[in-house]
Design a protein around this ligand. Structure first.
Ligand SMILES: Cc1ncc(C[n+]2csc(CCOP(=O)(O)OP(=O)(O)O)c2C)c(N)n1
Length: 658
């Protein structure tokens, strides 16, 4: 299998097709052990080959939206030998990463950024007078995202050379939603693109004889004809009425935004793709090529279950079967969230669920199934999701926005301006708060405590287990303020969930274990959320080594329980805070601020993530070990604190060298 763009350029058409076959086999076999984004990558095999056949990276720029579909691009740009390390510790990242290869011109992991970034590159090229091609590959679901439209609005009057490739497979992670997906369907079924296709056929005919591309072009013409007949095969009910401006299914949107529209074409037809891209290269106007692909192409199981195979763990490379969960595995937090929400919705008509294109990942699929009239999927549109929730709240509803911590970042101004400033009672269930180990820095949810703590009116909580999460959700439904609940990816603690959730007192911590006042040195361990279990284990070890330990479950990062923190802060000789969050501005910082206000001078050790972006790894435990979020490190730090030289002033640490 070839693995450089130069090699791809030397292959004949049959060899290119053979390469596509080999790459598909490698994707299916290579990801079986550890998993990954199999479906999206199987869909772009031919496209990736064609791109590297026609364009010259790193000079030419390929900008992929989300970039979970760059595996083939990685294989073809010198990373074939490391392909099976993808998403593993010290292995290839699962997304495009500028530091990984000069062929990855733009990193991503969040959706909707590619059109803007690519337009910036095109404008930069025009300004500096160079001539590289900028190609932006974006999915149909990227068009549910506001930023994509902000970019489309600008392309026509910003540059004359811009190649957009709309990779339309009709799927987001779940089935794509909304008016745009209907619109794309109209394009697929429209006879009106013939005119444009004819232009393109003209280009093909003008190609010089003897040109290698001509052979491809000949094939391509057949492909075009195939593509033209797509409309004939649609069901009559798809042939819905005109859009009122140019007749039925006119590809008016892109054209009116100042881009030429070409397509739709078969995205698995290699010669057609190659010729179309060659054509695009000659265009002195922005162009969008609409290609139709199949998510999971070449693997039956992935074709059958596109949502499951969008991204998954290990599977059987022959059958696609995934291993059954180990017996007695606790439920995932996301499922507890979804099931609890269904229960709460049954009792409270004001409650509604909102997801931004993540029904499975957030667990909102449970609500979709049980109470579809209370469920909204708004597409990959986090800003809209938040403001939409704000609007619903003004009408007396209490929306629950189920969203990953990292994706809520996209909607920060909406949190500030629409939710908190107006003090609206919207509930945010923030999943993946903590690490998303295989995905890496684009997906770790390590910043939400900091970015929420500074906003007035916020109530922010972190449950220590799934039962407490249900209590927090129930408690949130009784608040008249914005309420945020952060919880991690994956399996919960395995504690039973009460039938009737309990109302928690706002801003009240739980004392899990008090001091025993046995005359030993006192250590207060404040373990937030999922790190409370780490605090408990550290307390056990410290107790075995002769310390008197108290363990507190803070529950709230805002409002902080001032009384409990102050009481244990004063009573202890050393305080340690543990959080699955960056230290900068996080929970431990809040404790330090409180102690400063109250003149509590007890030294505070803070365990959490450092001020840097954390890489990806095979497991979260590996990263925790690497960065010291472990019981052993907590214990060692406490012991080291007691071994420090005497203090000149209480609370002020004196360097040993003075
Ligand atoms: C801002 C943001 N929200 C949600 C996601 C989660 N997400 C990852 S891929 C994806 C669907 C992408 O669909 P599309 O762009 O059509 O590409 P495909 O996977 O179908 O090739 C979603 C919702 C994300 N990455 N970024």
């Amino acid at each position: 299998m070839v693995d450089t763009p130069e090699h791809v350029k030397k292959l004949t058409l049959p060899q290119l097709q053979e390469l596509a076959k080999e790459i598909r086999e490698e994707l299916i076999a290579g990801l079986a052990k550890n998993g990954g984004h199999l479906g999206p990558n199987l869909g772009v095999v031919e496209l990736s080959i064609a791109l590297h056949r026609v364009f010259d990276t790193p000079k030419d720029k390929l900008v992929w939206d989300v970039s979970h579909q760059v595996y083939v691009h990685k294989i073809l740009t010198g990373r074939k030998d490391r392909f099976r390390t993808i998403r593993q510790t010290d292995g290839l990242n699962g997304f495009a990463l500028r530091t990984e290869s000069e062929h990855d011109c733009y990193g991503a992991g969040h959706a909707g950024t590619a059109l803007s970034a690519a337009l910036g590159m095109a404008a930069g090229r025009d300004k500096r007078g160079s001539n590289e091609n900028v190609v932006c590959i974006f999915g149909d679901a990227a068009l549910t995202n506001g930023i994509s439209f902000e970019a489309l609005n600008n392309i026509g009057h910003t540059t004359k050379r811009f190649i957009g490739i709309l990779n339309d497979n009709e799927w987001s992670i779940a089935k794509n939603v909304g008016a745009i997906s209907h619109y794309l369907n109209k394009l697929i079924t429209s006879p009106n693109y013939n005119k444009i296709a004819r232009d393109f056929q003209g280009f093909l005919r003008r190609l010089p004889k003897g040109n290698v591309a001509l052979k491809l072009a000949h094939k391509a013409e057949e492909g075009v004809k195939g593509a033209l007949s797509v409309g004939m095969h649609q069901k009559p009910e798809m042939l819905v009425a005109a859009d009122g401006r140019g007749g039925f299914g006119n590809p008016i949107l892109f054209e009116e935004m100042g881009m030429r529209y070409l397509g739709p074409i078969d995205g698995h037809n290699l010669p057609l793709l190659v010729s179309t891209l060659e054509f695009a290269k000659t265009c002195d106007y922005p162009i969008v090529i609409h290609i139709l692909t199949q998510k999971g192409k070449g693997f039956e199981a992935a074709l059958k279950f596109p949502e499951k195979f969008h991204g998954l763990g290990p599977y059987d490379a022959k059958t696609g079967e995934t291993p059954a969960p180990k017996p007695n595995t606790p439920p995932n937090y996301q499922d507890v969230m979804g099931q609890t929400l269904v229960k709460l919705c049954r009792r409270d008509n004001r409650l509604l669920g909102i997801t931004a294109a993540m029904p499975s990942g957030t667990g909102l699929k449970h609500l979709e199934k049980e109470m579809p009239d209370r469920y909204f999927d708004v597409g990959i549109a986090e800003e809209h999701a938040v403001i939409f929730a704000a609007g619903l709240a003004t009408m007396g509803f209490q929306p629950v926005v189920a969203i990953y911590s990292t994706f809520l970042q996209r909607a920060y101004d909406c949190l500030h301006h629409d939710i908190c400033l107006q003090d609206l009672p919207v509930i945010f269930c923030m999943d993946r708060a903590g690490l998303s180990a295989n995905d890496g820095p684009t997906h770790h949810g390590l910043f939400d405590i900091s970015y929420l703590r500074c906003l007035p009116n916020v109530i922010a909580m972190a449950p220590a287990n799934e039962d407490e999460m249900a209590d927090m959700m129930f408690t949130a439904t009784h608040q008249n303020h914005p309420t945020f609940i952060r919880y991690p990816r994956g399996a919960a603690e395995g504690v039973p969930i009460k039938e009737q959730p309990r109302l928690l007192e706002i801003g009240k911590a739980e004392v899990v274990q008090n001091f025993s006042n046995n005359g030993k040195k006192k250590v207060a361990l404040f373990g937030l959320g999922n790190l409370n279990s780490m605090a408990r284990k550290a307390a056990e070890q410290l107790a075995a080594e002769g310390f008197d330990c108290a363990v507190i479950n803070p529950r709230f990062t805002k409002p902080l329980d001032a009384g409990t923190h102050e009481f244990f802060g004063r009573a202890a000789e050393v305080v340690i805070t543990l959080e699955d969050h960056v230290l900068m501005g996080g929970y431990g910082s809040a404790v330090l601020e409180l102690f400063n206000e109250k003149n509590v001078t007890t030294p505070v050790i803070r365990i959490g993530w450092p001020d840097q972006f954390i890489e990806h790894a095979t497991t979260q435990d590996e990263l925790r070990r690497r960065y010291g979020l472990t019981v052993e490190n907590a214990v060692a730090k406490v012991k080291a604190q007691f071994e420090q030289p005497a203090r000149m002033f209480p609370g002020i640490e004196v360097s040993a060298t003075i």
